[in-house]
Design a protein around this ligand. Structure first.
Ligand code: FAD
Length: 323
């Protein structure tokens, strides 16, 4: 099996398949993932990591989150503080590298260079290239998409007085009406970011600064990150000799925020269902299962936030994205 992309989806797939005794070669074009990681805030539910059987070591975790605040246009909507870790903030780059090391221990071979085949290899090809999807497109496996199926995420990382240790802050705001703005803890201080749909990509940075100014949010940034987030789910994500995972298969849902969990779960699901043709209807079943996992002691507050996010999202869809 050849896996293209050593992000979360590809590295986890390499680990799962190597563990089963499959001969795996993983290609990752970025040899410095720790120093120049994928643009991402790194938030992932501990429940999901448990579900797919992963226990990341302390040194790949920037923060263990036990509480959250959700704001709606500046007003606090839900505030929760507990004593159980509900979310990890992963150190992106370090987390992938740890998965790759685990895969290597199981016998996978990792090659740190770009993979661009001129002919389709004989082995099963797993595409986990992230948002670029270059090989998928060149093989004619890309599905027709609308511009609104892509989001642009922008964020600043650095010292900020607005961050609270062990707490994530989500802001439902007109400046990010199809997603949200956020303040997350980070090992360099905090992360302040926002997501908009692709037609508004040019406004993403001005919206972030405007939203920060209106809400009195300050940061001394050492890193600026921007990246595309493909959303809206694939019609089909396994072909005869090709499986597509994670962002490459448009699996992030801006409402549930879970690009990392979708990347992990798509690898987990594909590896456990090797011969199934993976398609949209299966994806819905999969997401339904994911959603049910949230019916935990916090389900009430989760449901409230989901409802509100759905409302803002619908408003965004009918064209009220511009503030
Ligand atoms: C600003 C921002 C904040 C985010 N915050 C969160 C968050 O808090 N929680 C969350 O769950 N999700 C978040 N996401 C989404 C999340 O980052 C992605 O959904 C996730 O990284 C997808 O993982 P992946 O493995 O599919 O792709 P990626 O992580 O993009 O990995 C793809 C890999 O493939 C490699 N590659 C590509 N082409 C080739 C090639 N030809 N040869 C070799 N290697 C190749 C790339 O170098 C890369 O390492 C955020 C996204 C953004 C933009």
């Amino acid at each position: 099996m050849i896996i293209v992309g050593g992000g979360i989806a590809g590295s986890f797939m390499a680990y799962l398949e190597a563990k089963k005794g499959e001969k795996v070669v993983l290609y990752e074009r970025n040899p410095n993932q720790e120093k120049s990681p994928k643009a991402c805030s790194g938030g992932v539910s501990t429940m999901w990591l448990n579900y797919v059987g992963l226990k990341p070591p302390k040194d790949v975790i920037a923060d263990e989150v036990t509480g959250y605040d959700i704001y709606f246009e500046g007003k606090e909507l839900v505030s929760y503080r507990g004593n159980r870790t509900i979310l990890y903030i992963l150190k992106r780059g370090y987390f992938e590298r740890w998965l790759q090391q685990e895969a290597e221990k199981e016998g996978a071979k990792i090659i740190y260079k770009a993979f661009y085949p001129s002919v389709l290899p004989d082995e099963h090809l797993v595409l986990a290239e992230g948002a670029s999807g270059f090989i998928k497109k060149s093989m004619g496996l890309d599905e027709k998409r609308k511009l609104t199926d892509f989001h642009t995420g922008v964020q600043l990382i650095g010292e900020t007085p607005n961050v609270e240790e062990h707490v994530v802050k989500i802001y439902l705001t007109k400046y990010a009406s199809t997603g949200y703005a956020w303040i997350f803890p980070h090992h360099l201080g905090g992360e302040v970011g926002l997501g908009v749909t692709l037609p508004h990509a040019k406004e993403a940075w001005p919206y972030l600064y405007k939203w920060m100014e209106e809400n009195g949010i300050k940061i001394n940034p050492v890193i600026r990150q921007t990246h595309i987030i493909p959303t809206n789910y694939p019609q089909k994500w396994r072909y005869e000799r090709v499986t597509i995972l994670g962002d490459d298969a448009y699996m992030t849902n801006p409402l549930t925020g879970g690009g990392i969990q979708a990347a992990l779960y798509s690898a987990y699901f594909a590896s456990n269902n090797r011969s199934l043709p993976l398609s949209l209807s299966l994806m819905y079943k999969l997401l339904y299962r994911m959603r049910n996992r949230f019916r935990n002691p916090y389900s009430c507050t989760h449901r409230t936030s989901r409802g509100t996010r759905r409302t803002t999202w619908t408003r965004g869809r009918v064209g009220r994205q511009s503030p």
